[in-house]
Design a protein around this ligand. Structure first.
Ligand SMILES: NC(=O)c1ccc[n+]([C@@H]2O[C@H](COP(=O)([O-])OP(=O)(O)OC[C@H]3O[C@@H](n4cnc5c(N)ncnc54)[C@H](OP(=O)(O)O)[C@@H]3O)[C@@H](O)[C@H]2O)c1
Length: 335
């Protein structure tokens, strides 16, 4: 079988290697990967910016969908031929997040999905919802579940409340679709008027160009009648954190995901204190919540927005496309 590996950091270090297909041990399942989607994290992992001390060589890519090829001894809930998606935080099945769960993420330190076959613990796969193909299903495990985690698990957003989501990448576009299906009103920011128009065609109520309008918090307050957003999907990171806090309603929640603008720098805490904001770090979500999301997606016929599909041998180009920021929604690689 073919898989991508990198023995040192850098997109140009990604190489396709051939090896014997792995067989599942007790409690494990072997999956023939049919599609995987790219997340900003994958770029950071390959460039050595996510974990500079990562043990190499490693196989990249953190989510995917495929068919169960075989199962190991003791596997009870998964059968050969099942269509499944991966659970990114493999050991987080249910209940509160624990420190040990962080060490079980796929696409380092756990197995990467940029491979024709991968072996995972039984608990790290979730059945695909009916009505979706592999490319579509591969977009759910991280981007959709992270948006769900902020809006529903943490934010408990209610009908009629305001959601604010930043940029038009994978997580943010799902946040628009999910928030609308939950009955919320949505404001989205972007560097591009064209992308804002696309987001509005998906249901976003208002779009703000953050380049033309660097104080977009004021625009959010104006749109919401001075209230601010009840739940904020903070995708952008340190450069936007203070403005996000200023754009949030008193008692509102900001789900902090990391950030394309960086992880450290200066933040003003006055709006945090004066508005009693709740700021929550989010690392995707549990398998139990993934199952809830999966049912919700099917029930509301939410169609993931796939910006572009690439072939397996085009992974480096697909990552460059992600890096360029020109995309809207998800980038998928099909095998
Ligand atoms: N902690 C978690 O569980 C978790 C899970 C998933 C993702 N994340 C993180 O969340 C972030 C988004 O992930 P993704 O996969 O959706 O990324 P992505 O698809 O690469 O999207 C990135 C988008 O960020 C937007 N952006 C860049 N600078 C911005 C700024 N100053 N203000 C607002 N938006 C800005 C751009 O949108 P425009 O082109 O429209 O301007 C760009 O398309 C990444 O940092 C990722 O690592 C964390």
């Amino acid at each position: 079988m073919r898989q991508y590996q990198f023995a040192s950091f850098g997109l140009d270090q990604l190489k396709i290697t051939e090896s014997e297909p792995p067989a599942p041990g007790p409690g494990e399942v072997a999956i023939d990967v049919r599609a995987f989607s790219l997340n900003y994290r994958d770029l950071l992992v390959v460039k050595g910016l996510y974990n500079p001390r990562l043990a190499l060589p490693a196989v990249p890519v953190s989510d995917g969908a495929g068919v169960v090829a075989s199962v190991g001894k003791g596997v009870t809930d998964v059968r050969e031929g099942d269509r499944v998606m991966t659970q990114f935080v493999a050991d987080w099945t249910d209940g509160p997040f624990e420190a040990r769960h962080a060490g079980s993420t796929l696409g380092t330190p756990g197995p990467g999905l940029a491979a024709e076959r991968v072996v995972l613990p039984e608990r790290a796969v979730v059945p695909m919802p009916d009505g979706y193909d592999f490319a579509q299903a591969s977009t759910f495990p991280i981007a959709a579940l992270t948006a769900w985690s902020v809006l529903v698990t943490e934010g408990k957003i209610q009908e009629g409340q305001w959601a604010l989501t930043l940029g038009t990448g994978g997580v943010s576009v799902f946040a628009v679709q999910l928030a609308k299906a939950l009955g919320a009103k949505v404001i989205i920011t972007s560097s591009s008027d064209d992308k804002l128009a696309r987001a509005q065609s998906l249901g976003a109520d208002h779009g703000i160009n953050y380049n033309d309008n660097p104080r977009w918090d004021k625009a959010v307050l104006e749109i919401t009648g001075g209230r601010g957003a009840d739940v904020v999907v903070e995708t952008a990171g340190i450069a936007t954190m203070t403005t996000s806090m200023k754009a949030t309603a008193a008692g509102g929640l900001i789900g902090v995901l990391g950030g394309v603008t960086g992880l450290s720098g200066e933040v003003q805490i006055a709006p945090l204190v004066m508005k009693r904001l709740r700021v929550v770090g989010v690392l995707v979500d549990s398998r139990a919540h993934f199952e809830e999301l999966s049912a919700f997606l099917a029930e509301h016929s939410i169609e993931p927005v796939i910006d572009r599909k690439f072939r397996f041998d085009e992974l480096p180009a697909a990552l460059q496309h992600l890096e360029s920021g020109g995309h809207f929604g998800k980038i998928v690689v099909e095998i």
